[in-house]
Design a protein around this ligand. Structure first.
Ligand SMILES: [Fe+2]
Ligand SMILES: [Zn+2]
Length: 383
């Protein structure tokens, strides 16, 4: 009876449970069960004749397929060529300079989030570059931008105002951001608004560097699983401390230790079911001390972790795994920070970058609501 779907038990406006679970007698029994074409009608003993109706669809789903994120995505991994057909244009959101709204806008956001969910990233071309505002407005079509200790939406030219190497012009190896949060940002986006040679703009003739590096972490992890299943298991098993402490008065660390690779469990369901890659945390700069205490049999010793991590690092740096792309003013890149690692080559000159983070849950909610019908979502998520 706790799962009764009736309008007395579930508030139809908020879809929250109105029923007080603990008012249900502990020894409750079905006093009658009636099968209909659409589902089961159950009358309960010990109540004032409360009657519940459970559609077959509901019963089948929860009996056979009890998953919390059940929408299937066929993931497509990418290597050095990058994913195919993952480009949208600013005009898709602003045809003839008119901003789409309501369902029309949702359809385009559905395409954008659908591409990211499947391929891990998407580009939006022809975004205005005269200011950062159009980029911010585009991102906010997915969901609100996440604030962190670095701020919210950013628009900056490298200096060490914030103590993090992202704010310099040196090369950065492939990494995921926010390894130090309990809940790393789900999406990250950046848009290079301009790149000019210092001191006077002579950009077009010189190679200023700064190519962006993107690596499909799921693809790399699957290669590791194929080539060295034990190393893969070590990266799933050894839980590491992560932290962000470069700014005075701020020391961020997840509420518990997290491994480099996290897999979906039976209950999580999701795209590929149990064993499917779910999240990658990889930023050795923000990693703490590898725990000395393994599981005692040497399988998760620090030596085993370093050996496995070295193999993974080697795969991440393979020519056929690294996807290099030169970002140009006008192109906004949005990618799944739980899956895709990013980095860049060193550059000269002055770059103006803008971008931001979006929470994973808010991105997935938006994706779900722009790619599935209200009914499907209600059936699968709310129950
Ligand atoms: Fe980063
Ligand atoms: Zn009820």
């Amino acid at each position: 009876m706790d799962n009764c779907r009736c309008s007395f038990c579930i508030n139809q406006d908020t879809m929250q449970k109105d029923l007080d679970t603990f008012e249900i007698p502990q020894d409750i029994q079905a006093s009658s069960v009636e099968e209909t074409a659409d589902g089961l009608k159950i009358r309960w003993s010990g109540t004032d004749g409360h009657e519940s109706f459970y559609p077959w669809d509901f019963l089948n789903f929860y009996l056979e397929n009890d998953r919390r994120q059940p929408e299937a995505v066929r993931l497509e991994n990418f290597g050095s060529d990058g994913p195919k057909s993952v480009r949208l244009s600013y005009e898709d959101f602003y045809p003839g300079h008119n901003e789409l709204r309501g369902e029309e806008a949702d359809r385009v956001v559905g395409r954008l989030t659908g591409l990211i969910a499947r391929h891990g990233l998407a580009f939006i071309d022809n975004v205005p570059t005269s200011s950062a505002e159009p980029t911010q407005k585009l991102l906010e079509k997915i969901a609100f931008i996440r604030e962190t200790h670095y701020g919210g939406f950013y628009d900056f030219i490298p200096d060490l105002a914030m103590a993090d190497t992202a704010y310099t012009n040196i090369a950065l190896p492939a990494h995921t951001d926010n390894t130090y949060f309990s809940d790393p940002a789900g999406l990250q986006a950046f848009h290079m608004l301009s790149h000019t040679g210092a001191p006077e703009g002579s950009a077009s003739t010189v190679d200023l560097g700064g190519q962006s590096l993107l690596v499909d972490g799921f693809h790399a992890a699957e290669i590791l699983r194929r080539e060295d299943a034990e190393a893969f298991e070590v990266l799933c098993a050894v839980k590491l401390p992560w932290h962000a402490s470069g700014n005075r008065g701020i020391t961020i660390a997840p509420h518990k230790r997290y491994p480099v690779l996290e897999l979906a469990s039976e209950e999580d369901g999701g795209s590929g079911g149990a064993g499917q890659l779910h999240r990658v945390r990889w930023n050795t700069a923000d990693r703490g001390v590898v725990p000395f205490s393994g599981d005692g049999d040497g399988k998760t010793s620090p030596e085993a972790w370093y050996a496995a991590a070295r193999k993974f690092d080697g795969i991440l740096r393979r020519k056929d795994v690294e996807y290099w792309v030169q970002l140009k003013p006008g192109t906004l890149l949005v990618f799944d920070n739980w899956r895709v690692l990013h980095g860049r080559a060193a550059f000269t000159g002055v770059r103006r970058m803008c971008g931001g983070y979006i929470n994973r849950d808010d991105y997935i909610s938006r994706w779900r609501n722009t790619n599935f019908s209200r009914q499907e979502i209600m059936d699968r998520i709310v129950g």
